[in-house]
Design a protein around this ligand. Structure first.
Ligand code: SF4
Length: 300
């Protein structure tokens, strides 16, 4: 991606997960995708196993109508995804006001990502949704050129119904898993991710899944009350990655993020979150790269 492309991506600030009257699918220009990503939101009820301090999902807002249904309406999901792909193909999406700064970028779908208002693998219809996405991409002749990505907090990857669905997703020509790891110690994990799932379980799941499939690690780095994570925490985080690699895990790299938008999480009290500067994030990335040998991409 050249500098002009990057500038255009940065100009599109609207990351809303609502578009027109769609229930399950939304278009977004995402730097991590390098262009247009179509998100599939299986968590219209905003359910998640984590309660990250940096979460952007506003759980105090009224739930959308789709959240009232016990199951994901798979035919409707397929219809919405097909319609949106048609809008991309015809160039209509690029004419939307929110994509005005990136009309050309909005003409090509880089990925379909299971990434919504919660943890996608919590959805009991995850497998059906994976199959539905595969069918629609097949209908459009896009299976060979469009990634299908699961963005996950890794809390449920050990469950047969989840890794069974991933067996199918990873059979797509361009299936990918992006799994979260924000911490190196249980203490920091509890502070950042505030989950009832133990840190040991997360590490065990990452070990399990990365031996089954090659995965990317996604990590959020931010400042708490003006402080970056400590040197000890960073060293522990790098140790976790090395342990995964040494036990046969296939890690394709690390995607290092910092805050891009205000967090909506409740219960922060006096805790103030702030973003790392580009230079700070790049410094962290260089350290992780040299400590682990993994390629680290920065998304500031
Ligand atoms: S895992 Fe994602 S959706 Fe869940 S609380 Fe964290 S940031 Fe929010």
């Amino acid at each position: 991606m050249n500098k002009d492309d990057l500038r255009r991506l940065r100009a599109v600030e609207d990351h809303s997960r609502s578009f027109k009257n769609l229930n399950y699918v939304y278009p977004v220009i995402a730097r991590r995708s390098g262009g247009l990503s179509l998100g599939v939101n299986l968590n219209t009820n905003r359910a998640c196993t984590f309660d990250c301090v940096y979460c952007e999902v506003d759980r105090s807002a009224p739930l959308p109508p789709a959240a009232q249904k016990a199951k994901v309406d798979i035919p409707l999901l397929k219809e919405e995804l097909g319609w949106l792909l048609g809008q991309v193909r015809s160039g209509e999406l690029g004419k939307e006001e929110r994509f005005a700064a990136a009309a050309e970028v909005a003409r090509e779908v880089r990925d379909i990502s299971f990434s919504g208002d919660g943890e996608p693998t919590l959805c009991p219809d995850f497998l059906e949704a994976v199959r539905a996405v595969g069918e629609v991409l097949g209908d459009f002749g896009l299976l060979e050129s469009c990634k299908v990505v699961l963005i996950t907090n890794a809390s449920r990857l050990h469950l047969p119904e989840v890794y069974g669905a991933l067996d199918e997703l990873m059979q797509f020509p361009l299936g990918e898993i992006w799994a979260k790891l924000d911490a190196g110690t249980p203490e920091y994990y509890r502070q950042i991710n505030r989950s009832g799932v133990s840190f040991e379980q997360i590490l065990s799941n990452l070990d399990f899944i990365s031996r089954r499939f090659a995965v990317y690690i996604q990590s959020m780095f931010l400042k708490l009350n003006g402080q970056m994570l400590s040197q000890e925490e960073l060293a522990a985080y790098c140790d976790r990655l090395r342990t995964l690699l040494n036990s046969g895990g296939r890690l394709l790299g690390v995607q290092a993020y910092t805050l891009a938008r205000p967090a909506c999480a409740p219960g922060l009290g006096s805790l103030k979150l702030s973003a790392l500067s580009q230079a700070e994030l790049e410094g962290l990335a260089a350290h992780i790269q040299s400590a682990t040998g993994l390629n680290v991409e920065c998304y500031a």
